[in-house]
Design a protein around this ligand. Structure first.
Ligand code: CTP
Length: 374
């Protein structure tokens, strides 16, 4: 039995990056032998085990065969006679297909180390095409490693295009797609992820509304702006979708199975963007429309949410309209001074209380507004 460190850990160690997860491959063992050594089996279908102390994953060397489309139809073949090279061969990129033995020797049958030095994201073999998720993974590695000079190789880009043309991406389940998008949004250059997907035509399948020349550039500009600082996933999604109308933004976020906070902030951003454009064309700002915006954003109960939205809008709005955010911020600040408690102490309750709060807020917003909107 021989154990090897494989995949991302070997890659990151050679790149001098922090190693987060360590995955191992075991050659020459049976599941029974692993269980006898105290390893715990993870799941029923894959021959993967957890180390009893480190909790790191140890997989028996395996090959995979595919029979169906998309992410379905894999059959795993694992036996003590499957070699390390066979296991590495079914992996996605050459830089992810290196192993290190317990003695410290690098096992690199597909020239991953050369590609690492050449900054090349290159597929290991035609078996890359058996898993369309690898298109998204490759785009994600580009988003992570482009700042180090990495590029997707021409051959790999051609293969990815061919996979898209053959309809492979159509069959990916939304959960897996979302998982990759979510991770990509937090890589060094999230915009590169979408550029690679556009270059291989996968974006037109996954988020067709963005795959339009002009629209994509504008979306990526907003994304670059928001991802320049330490922002959350929902803000990044909202910036990306800020070029879409509200209904489309909500629909697309829902079909991607993005979490609720992403869906709502994306919808809210698109809603605000349209409203702000209209309000900015008016000579005088109507206080009731500003109050309505603050109500829609649930500002009174969740001011931090409004703050997150404002940060997105700073990136999503064109320069002249950005000035409106200051006006809205001032209006919000002045209206927070209204105290429902004080009004209740004056004996107001129910609908009358609601009306009084609204009137008071409107008055304060009105007072905070500039004389003209120019
Ligand atoms: N792998 C693959 N195809 C996939 C998923 C994984 O070939 N669809 C292989 C790659 O060799 C990868 C390894 O399995 O290196 C481990 O996968 P994972 O832990 O998901 O990725 P990492 O390469 O470790 O990447 P990250 O740093 O993003 O975790």
């Amino acid at each position: 039995m021989q154990t090897y460190l494989v995949g991302g850990a070997v890659r990151d160690e050679l790149l001098g990056l922090e190693v987060k997860d360590r995955d191992w491959v075991v050659v020459g063992a049976t599941p029974e032998e692993m269980l006898a050594k105290g390893f715990k089996q993870v799941g029923a279908d894959f021959p993967v085990f957890l180390h009893p102390e480190t909790r790191e994953e140890y997989a028996l060397a395996r090959t995979e065969r595919k029979q169906g489309r998309g992410y379905h139809g894999f059959s795993v073949y694992s036996a003590p006679d499957v070699t390390l090279e066979e296991d590495l061969k079914r992996r996605d990129l050459t830089i992810n297909a290196m192993a290190r033995s317990e003695e410290g020797e690098l096992v690199d049958p597909f020239d991953g180390f050369r590609d690492l030095k050449d900054h090349a994201l290159r597929h290991v073999s035609p078996a890359f095409a058996e898993d369309p998720l690898r298109i998204l993974r490759t785009a994600r590695f580009a988003a992570r490693l482009t700042p180090l000079g990495f590029r997707v190789c021409d051959d790999t880009m051609r293969l990815m295009r061919q996979m898209v043309a053959e309809g492979e991406v159509d069959h990916l389940v939304p959960e897996r797609v979302w998982q990759e998008i979510q991770r990509a949004l937090h890589e060094h250059e999230p915009d590169t992820f979408f550029e690679v997907l556009q270059a291989c035509d996968a974006l037109a399948v996954l988020i067709p509304e963005l795959a339009v020349p002009g629209v994509l550039e504008e979306a990526l500009e907003a994304l670059r702006c928001i991802s320049g600082s330490d922002t959350e996933t929902d803000q990044r999604v909202a910036a990306l979708f800020s070029v879409l109308d509200e209904e489309t933004a909500r629909h697309r976020a829902a079909t991607l199975k993005a979490p609720n906070d992403c869906r709502s902030l994306a919808g809210l951003t698109a809603h605000f963007k349209a409203e702000v454009t209209e309000l900015c064309s008016m000579d005088r700002l109507p206080a009731d429309r500003l109050l309505e915006l603050l109500d829609t954003a649930d500002f009174w109960r969740r001011p931090e949410r409004f703050q997150a939205l404002t940060e997105v809008l700073e990136c999503a709005l064109p320069e002249p309209e950005r000035a409106f955010l200051k006006v809205l911020g001032k209006a919000a600040d002045s209206a927070t001074g209204v105290s429902p408690k004080a009004l209740m102490e004056q004996g107001l309750s129910g609908k009358a209380l609601g009306r009084a709060i609204r009137e008071e807020r409107l008055t304060r917003i009105q007072q905070s507004l500039p004389d003209t909107n120019n």
